[in-house]
Design a protein. Structure first.
Length: 437
């Protein structure tokens, strides 16, 4: 018997999981146009699986239609291929559905282009735990840890390349059994698609080797976080850099300053989108190289928005091309579509309102007292998902980013997740997320 090839079509949903349906590869031509059927309540599938609550009930039909540019077709010796597409959720009339996460990002990108004439170039730097290696003291950044992951790294790099994503670095990180991967930047939607594909290829390769790649924000409450850092810059549609001005404060162009100010201003609210799980807030604590304050820092990995370094710039044009900001209040419980969408919506709001940044601090942010940090324009990040959700519910701009229905849907979705882990202690909560991500 010869196996019949199947293709999966999914989207990275509000829980940050890729969910969808499969079909015979022979039907691809038809499916590229008509996609597959979904119902509205599909978007309410929680981080842990069950639909805890849904405003949509059992009613209604939608279509999930593949974007041909997201095609992944990676062969694994002696195992089924990873053949899937990512897509958009449309109404049965073929209109984009308001609650589609990929559309949330697309809308932000369109508005940025229309109102500021700019596009976004982004790359997601992602940390995860590979279970195929035991923890050993001294493993952090170690050649021995790098060696002991065996063929995982090389298979992962090959899978990424075959999936159309260019690997940039792969390293043993600071935490127990923790690794990090970076890939080449992509424009707009493509960057978020790539972030989804990177997670799935890590899981796919680990699975073929009998192990897991775990993207939960924290393995245990006192551990090291798995962060997702979103590097981004603004570009003219021609590709010309539009974020860097060596003479500007923080090295930013005028528009870049407004954009960064918007991101920092909205951080307490958009944390509910970019760090959207209960365990996300166990990561955002002191002494983890994860952010704890809303601040723009120059080359400071403790800041929530970081001005990244430029390496050996050959000329000013090279410096402008390399220059990027890194948003660090993010982890893999967030759909990359929602996370990048939130950053772009918040940044564009800063451009619209001409928001300004505090002057670059004259001393080390971490030498300041809390009162001094606040006087310098920083605020503590939310300490709990509840707090972040309250900020998001109160944020008037967010009503426009989401649309009236989607914001309500999103808040209800996340509140049901809060209830699902209510009463668990932090260790048990981490375990739930480790099992799910
Ligand atoms: N693991 C840290 C985090 O949770 C980041 C470490 C780094 O700077 O790469 O964000
Ligand atoms: Mg790292």
């Amino acid at each position: 018997m010869q196996r019949e090839p199947l293709i999966f079509l999914g989207t990275c949903d509000l829980a940050g999981h890729v969910r969808g349906k499969g079909f015979p590869a022979a039907a691809l031509g038809h499916r590229l146009h008509k996609g597959i059927g979904l119902t509205h309540s599909n978007i309410m599938m929680s981080a842990f699986g069950p639909i805890y609550e849904t405003p949509f009930g059992t009613l209604g039909d939608l279509m999930l239609v593949p974007d041909p540019d997201t095609k992944v077709d990676v062969q694994f010796e002696g195992s089924a291929a990873e053949h899937f597409y990512l897509g958009d959720i449309l109404t049965t009339e073929g209109e984009n559905w308001e609650c589609c996460p990929r559309h949330f990002l697309r809308r932000a990108l369109k508005e940025l282009q229309r109102e500021a004439g700019l596009v976004v170039l982004a790359a997601f730097e992602q940390e995860f735990v590979y279970t195929g290696i035991e923890d050993r003291p001294s493993a952090t950044y170690g050649l021995d840890a790098w060696r002991r992951q065996g063929i995982f790294g090389e298979a992962f790099a090959a899978a990424l390349r075959q999936a159309g994503v260019t690997p940039d670095s792969f390293l043993p990180e600071y935490g127990a059994r923790q690794f990090e991967v970076t890939v080449a930047p992509g424009q707009g939607l493509r960057a978020a698609d790539h972030a989804v594909i990177v997670r799935e290829m890590a899981r796919a390769v680990a699975f073929r080797l009998g192990h897991r790649a775990i993207f939960a924000p924290m393995m245990r409450p006192d551990g090291i976080g798995n962060g997702v850092h979103v590097h981004f810059s603004l570009r003219e549609p021609s590709g010309a850099p539009a974020l860097h001005d060596p003479a500007g404060p923080y090295g930013l162009t005028q528009t870049g300053q407004h954009f960064a100010a918007g991101v920092v201003h909205h951080m307490p609210a958009i944390a509910a989108i970019t760090a959207p799980s209960v365990a996300s807030y166990f990561r955002l604590r002191p002494n983890r190289w994860a952010p704890t304050w809303t601040n723009l820092g120059i080359r400071d990995r403790g800041s929530s928005l970081r001005v990244c370094p430029v390496f050996a710039p050959a000329d000013p044009a090279d410096a402008a091309r390399q220059f990027n900001l890194e948003y660090r209040v993010c982890d893999a419980t967030a759909s990359p579509y929602m996370a990048l969408g939130a950053i772009v919506h918040a940044g564009l709001d800063g451009v619209r309102r001409n928001l300004t940044l505090p002057p670059p601090p004259s001393r080390d942010f971490w030498d300041m007292s809390e009162a001094e940090r606040e006087a310098a324009g920083a605020r503590p990040l939310p300490h709990l998902l509840e707090e972040a959700l309250e900020n998001l519910a109160r944020c008037r701009a967010a009503r426009d980013w989401f649309g009236e229905q989607f914001l309500d849907v999103y808040l209800r979705f996340k509140q049901s997740e809060l209830r699902a882990v209510a009463g668990l202690d932090e260790a048990a909560t981490c375990e739930r997320y480790v099992a799910a991500y």
